[in-house]
Design a protein around this ligand. Structure first.
Ligand code: ADP
Ligand code: MG
Length: 581
């Protein structure tokens, strides 16, 4: 318990009763009581002192240059630790900057709490034009899982507890906590304050599946000739790594990992059908989804990607009952937490379990080996300027040699190709643009990955993607984090070769040609590298990662190498007006 008495100790000029506490300290105490040790944020009115005091009380307070990146850091901290990541912002504009990250966290089912200071309720509600006036609670509500406001210091404990429970229980997500400026200075008796705090017991209670649901799922699975498991980021989040591996290996069913589930089992596992994804989806007859939604990333469970209409039966494990039948019929819904559900399936398989027919396993293996062989020569080219494939071929080897490093990845071609080329070997090591395909997560994710895990971080960034959060290289340098950023510099978005048809301006998709992103890193005391071949790239990244210091490698990529929107060019609307011949 930190009473105001402690501030008195540090700053003797403040005279206060030793047995009082205040809003500032109650917020800090409530977080600490619940095992939350780190705050990501940007200081300013009215939360500057909250950050200072939190630091003085031993919390880690990581200050960013822009709230969106602090928010992204909090969100991915939540994914990595199952504890809500905290983002702390100022009122209106700072709050809005953090809101994108909060909405993204909710969409991705990451637990996070956005705590924003806000202006005076009386003035805001009468719309009398207060400093940074905004009804933040109302604005946050539709964009997150839950939103709360605390008006009285005595309610801070309950407010923080509700926020933690809302973020972590059931399907995790983003929570907004509105703390008006006046709250922080409210003083109350220290003992009463201590009594008002709540330690959240079992914030994400196990949700065990119904035995009938497990029996139904096993019946469907047994009937399969060409079964497939799809592992999603929910499965990675659940930290049920051993049980999931046991389920795959005991059942003998091949699996396809979604992007952030890569490494849950090593991508080189004999049952991985990742490199035969299209065949696996199209030809499977029964699919067991574990923490993966049938959204656009899985073609909504229907259409060409899934073969003949009605040819695939879905079993789905998810903690959110309403996820069932969201896109197509789920013949065997298994509602519950992944750890419990997977264990129940395993127990139900028992000794007499029949592995799937070997021709299905062989089909996928043959396809996988062929795809890998087709890709191999492209990964080995030493041409300059580099192709995406060649540069990623170099990074693929580096990740293989450093399996405990965390890979952060965003971009268009840089993302789509890296996902396929770079094998992952351990759970929760690949962090990327998630459900929305959002650009700008890079530096926020990198900071939190380093802070939360203490592991080295390799960020593989398109030049456009990097631009969204590039200023945070200063943050990385300031905290001396072991982050190596590789910017795939192809002079633009998708490609660097577009031109303005009128000849007036640069094309809408290009950047200053031959930019030197490495010098941004040097500006803040980090190490910059400029490389033009895969060999140089390999040397630079190895040196940077061995040093454990902040580094940025400007990797020159052929400006003509990229394709429009990477793998998802088909989502671009086409003009309905045909050009005259
Ligand atoms: P991906 O994009 O990798 O397919 P999604 O984000 O679409 O993954 O899906 C994750 C799913 O996992 C969500 O539907 C979410 O409700 C579910 N989920 C998250 N955590 C758990 C958990 N502990 N137990 C069960 N389901 C979970
Ligand atoms: Mg580019």
């Amino acid at each position: 318990m930190t009473a105001v008495a402690k501030i008195v100790h540090n700053t003797p000029e403040i005279e206060a009763e030793p047995d009082l506490t205040d809003g500032f300290h109650l917020v800090i105490d409530a977080l600490k009581l619940n095992g939350i040790e780190t705050i990501y944020g940007v200081p300013g009115i009215p939360i500057t002192d909250l950050g200072r005091m939190a630091q003085a009380e031993g919390m880690r307070v990581i200050s960013f240059r822009h709230e969106q990146h602090a928010g992204n850091a909090a969100a991915i901290a939540g994914f990595l630790t199952q504890k809500p990541g905290i983002c702390l912002t100022v009122s209106a504009p700072g709050f809005l900057n953090g809101l994108t990250a909060l909405a993204n966290a909710t969409t991705n089912c990451f637990p996070m709490i956005l705590i924003s200071g806000s202006s005076e309720r009386e003035i805001v509600d009468l719309q009398q034009g207060d400093y940074e006036e905004m009804d933040q609670l109302a604005i946050a509500k539709p964009l997150c899982k839950a939103a709360f406001r605390v008006l009285h210091a005595a309610d801070i404990g309950i407010g923080v507890a509700r926020a933690i429970r809302a973020a972590c229980s059931g399907r995790p997500g983003g929570v907004y906590l509105d703390l008006p400026a006046k709250l922080f200075a409210q003083v109350m008796d220290a003992e009463a304050g201590r009594q008002s705090l709540v330690k959240v017991i079992d914030p994400a209670p196990a949700q065990r599946p119904a035995p009938e649901a497990i029996a139904r799922a096993l019946d469907v699975l047994k009937s399969a000739k060409r079964p497939l498991i799809v592992l999603g980021k929910g499965a990675a989040y659940a930290q049920a790594d051993e049980a999931i591996r046991a389920l795959v290996e005991t059942s003998g069913i091949p699996y396809v990992p979604m992007s952030m589930a890569k490494g849950l089992l090593p991508d080189t596992h004999p049952l991985s059908a990742g490199a035969a994804r299209s065949t696996a989806l199209k030809d499977s007859d029964v699919v067991l989804l574990i923490g993966a939604r049938l959204n656009w990333l899985l073609s909504h469970g229907k259409g060409k990607s899934w073969g003949e209409p009605g040819s695939t039966k879905f079993i789905q494990i998810d903690i959110e009952p309403r996820e069932m039948d969201s896109n197509v019929e789920i013949v065997a819904p298994v509602v519950g937490d992944i750890a419990s559900c997977v264990q129940a399936l395993l127990d139900g398989m028992g000794k007499g379990w029949q592995q799937p027919p070997s021709d299905w396993i062989e089909t996928l293996k043959t396809k996988r080996d062929a795809n890998i062989a087709k890709m191999a020569p492209k990964l080995m080219s030493n041409a300059s300027p580099m192709t995406f494939h060649a540069a990623l071929g170099a990074l693929r080897t580096i990740v293989k040699e450093r399996p405990d490093a965390i890979l952060v990845n965003e971009g268009a071609n840089t993302l789509d190709l890296a996902r396929g080329i770079i094998d992952m070997y351990q759970p929760r090591k690949r962090l990327d643009v998630g459900t929305w395909g959002i650009m700008g997560i890079g530096m926020g994710f990198a900071v939190a990955a380093a802070v939360e895990t203490g592991k080295p971080v390799l960020c593989v960034e398109g030049d456009s993607a990097f631009g969204f959060s590039g200023m945070e290289v200063e943050t990385i340098c300031r905290y001396g984090l072991p982050v190596c950023i590789v910017v795939f510099n192809n002079n633009g978005i998708y490609r660097g070769t577009d031109t303005d048809p009128t000849g007036r301006d640069p094309a809408t998709t290009v950047f200053v040609p031959d930019s030197r992103y490495d010098r941004m890193m040097e500006a803040f005391g980090g190490v910059g590298y400029h490389v033009t071949t895969p060999d140089e790239l390999t040397r630079a990244v190895n040196e940077a990662m061995n040093s454990g210091r902040p580094a940025l490698v400007n990797a020159v990529i052929d400006p003509a190498a990229g394709s429009e929107s990477g793998n998802i060019g088909s989502l671009n609307p086409q003009s309905g007006i045909k050009k005259k011949k």
